[in-house]
Design a protein around this ligand. Structure first.
Ligand code: ASP
Length: 331
């Protein structure tokens, strides 16, 4: 067999997991196995405030997790949305793919399935997040609503809640293995202080991730509402299928995002690999510190690289509730 272009790419949050993924790929394991193993380490790391245990809660103070996997050879996928009480949503998502005739489970059903397969249960809300939520509750929710809680209208609370740019991130992994199979996987606690039941792009195949072993894979982080509206990950892979390079495909998808009118428009980072070992990462409305991790066959270890920044909005950061922003930034 000639050069196989083994590669694994993760976003900045993937730092603690990507060395394991790279090691497993180098050992000849499948892309899916390698990505799942790396993601589990990120989920278990409580210092990562946007994935797994330690993630930010929703408006009710509950941590709801979203995750997905996609096998780019069989086009099987597995996703879970708004899963509570289980430590490794990516593995539950993998088992949705392996064991069910379905592709996506949410809420109570996802919880039931996780329990049924013996997935590891555990407390997801850590003291830093609980304290930040309580501080928000005591200062931003009026006294009348606090007394009636949780039987109160939440639509305005979700608009004025924590700056979604701060309380938000995800981890995404893309990889190609020795057999040239390509996979994608995501995991997130989503948008902190989100409306209960809100799903971002991470469990939505085609929006937050997509993989096709013939062409490549894509996954997004940031304002999931944008990648859902633009169908970003599927679009990037389809643009590659139609003959664009990975770089051109990502820029075409950025162009799609420029057409979004209204709704929440903020930051999105688009990560993509092709089947020949090339990659492109563009941070739409991103910050200079936006970076990603990359390991290619033969590299001794994954390395961090800066993302290309493209600005599509004059006002990428929605206005936060001042004191919550302060709390979060000081954690
Ligand atoms: N994309 C995730 C979501 O919308 C969050 C993030 O990556 O920041 O839930």
């Amino acid at each position: 067999m000639g050069h196989t272009n083994m590669i694994v790419l993760s976003n900045n949050e993937g730092a603690c997991g990507i060395p394991a993924s790279a090691g497993l790929l180098a050992d000849g394991r499948s892309a899916l196995d390698a990505l799942e193993a790396g993601l589990r380490l990120v989920e278990a790391d409580e210092s990562v405030r946007t994935v797994g245990r330690g993630g930010w809660p929703n408006l009710l103070g509950e941590v709801e997790l979203d995750a997905s996997v996609m096998d780019g050879t069989t086009f099987r996928t597995g996703s879970v949305g708004a899963l509570t009480g289980f430590l490794h949503p990516v593995s539950v998502a993998r088992q949705v793919m392996e064991q069910l005739p379905h592709e996506l489970l949410v809420g109570e059903g996802a919880r039931r399935f996780a329990a049924e397969i013996g997935a590891e249960a555990g407390e997801l809300l850590m003291p830093h997040a609980e304290n930040a939520w309580r501080r928000w509750f005591e200062t931003e929710v009026g006294e009348v609503d606090r007394r009636k809680w949780p039987d109160v209208p939440m639509r305005e609370l979700c608009r004025q809640a924590i700056d979604p740019e701060l309380g938000r991130d995800t981890t995404v992994f893309l990889g190609q293995d020795r057999n040239r199979d390509i996979a994608a996987a995501t995991s997130t606690s989503g948008w902190g202080w989100k409306y209960p039941g809100r799903l971002g792009d991470s469990p939505i195949i085609g929006a937050g991730s997509y993989a096709d072993s013939r062409h490549g894979a894509c996954a997004c982080t940031g304002v999931g509402e944008m990648s859902i509206r633009a169908g970003t990950s599927r679009a990037v892979v389809l643009y590659m299928k139609m003959g664009l390079s990975v770089e051109e495909a990502v820029h075409e998808a950025v162009g799609d995002m420029r057409r979004l009118v209204g709704g929440l428009v903020g930051r999105v980072t688009i990560h993509a690999i092709d089947a020949q070992g090339n990659h492109k990462v563009v941070a739409v409305n991103g910050l200079p510190e936006n970076h990603y991790w990359l390991w290619c066959e033969g590299d001794p270890a994954p390395r961090a690289h800066p993302a290309e920044i493209v600005v599509i909005s004059d006002d990428p950061a929605p206005k936060p509730t001042a004191h919550v922003r302060y709390e979060v930034m000081n954690l």
